[in-house]
Design a protein around this ligand. Structure first.
Ligand code: ATP
Length: 203
């Protein structure tokens, strides 16, 4: 198995941007959130389970996910959110395991997930990185990226996520994505660390 590295960070921290740098360095990245969304409409068993737990309204007529309905159902309801995660998570886990096998020749692989610690995925990974940035900057970046969102909505999402300090305590590596630290050199340094960790474990 290749070395498995997780990457997480709150909304607007810059996870996706950091992942695109790793990809440019030739490292395969598994985006757990987008695979989860995809499996929620393509995995027949999962679709049935979601309909049973949350109702037929969870999907539009054409089979696509009724995101508005579902996110209203789970937002601010920890119990329901947990039930949804308990359905989706095992399917993503299986899909990810298959993907790792397909990328077994890579020196290491990345798993990107917004709720990595919350889902307990860090327990199965060799190393975990967290991307952090000041809250005001995160809000500004998300407003730029998603103009339909409001500052209040973004703040509510941030309050709903595990605090950054908590993630930093649990992570093996912290990537600082503010306006003063240089992003690419931090990523390149970590890339070399993971490559040498792989080299020493294989020799
Ligand atoms: P989400 O959890 O919402 O998907 P994310 O952590 O993946 O967020 P990104 O999408 O990578 O965050 O970054 C948020 C936005 O801010 C993007 O439009 C990205 O291009 C921009 N951004 C991130 N970091 C920087 C930076 N250092 N300089 C300029 N723009 C940045």
């Amino acid at each position: 198995h290749p070395l498995q590295v997780g990457i997480t960070g709150g909304i607007g921290s810059g996870k996706s941007l950091v992942c695109s740098i790793f990809k440019a360095l030739g490292i395969p990245v598994y985006d757990a959130d987008s695979h989860a969304k995809e499996l929620m409409t393509t995995d027949g068993i999962l679709v049935q389970q979601i309909k049973k737990e949350f109702g037929e309204l969870s999907f539009h007529e054409d089979g696509s996910l009724n995101r508005g309905y579902l996110s209203k159902a789970v937002f601010n309801d920890v119990d329901k959110l947990e039930r949804l995660n308990r359905l989706v998570h095992p399917r993503v886990g299986e899909d990810y395991a298959r993907w790792v096998n397909q990328n077994a020749n890579s020196p290491y692989v990345l798993k990107e997930a917004a709720l990595l610690f919350e889902a307990g995925s860090h327990q199965t990974l060799d190393k975990v990185m967290v991307v952090v940035a000041p809250e005001a900057l995160r809000i500004e970046r998300v407003l730029q990226r998603d103009p339909q969102r409001t500052t209040e909505q973004i703040k509510a999402i941030i309050r709903n996520q595990m605090p950054e300090e908590e993630k930093m305590k649990r992570a093996d590596h912290v990537i600082v994505n503010n306006e003063t630290e240089l992003l690419i050199p931090q990523v390149v340094a970590l890339h070399h660390q993971f490559l040498s960790a792989t080299a020493s474990s294989r020799s």
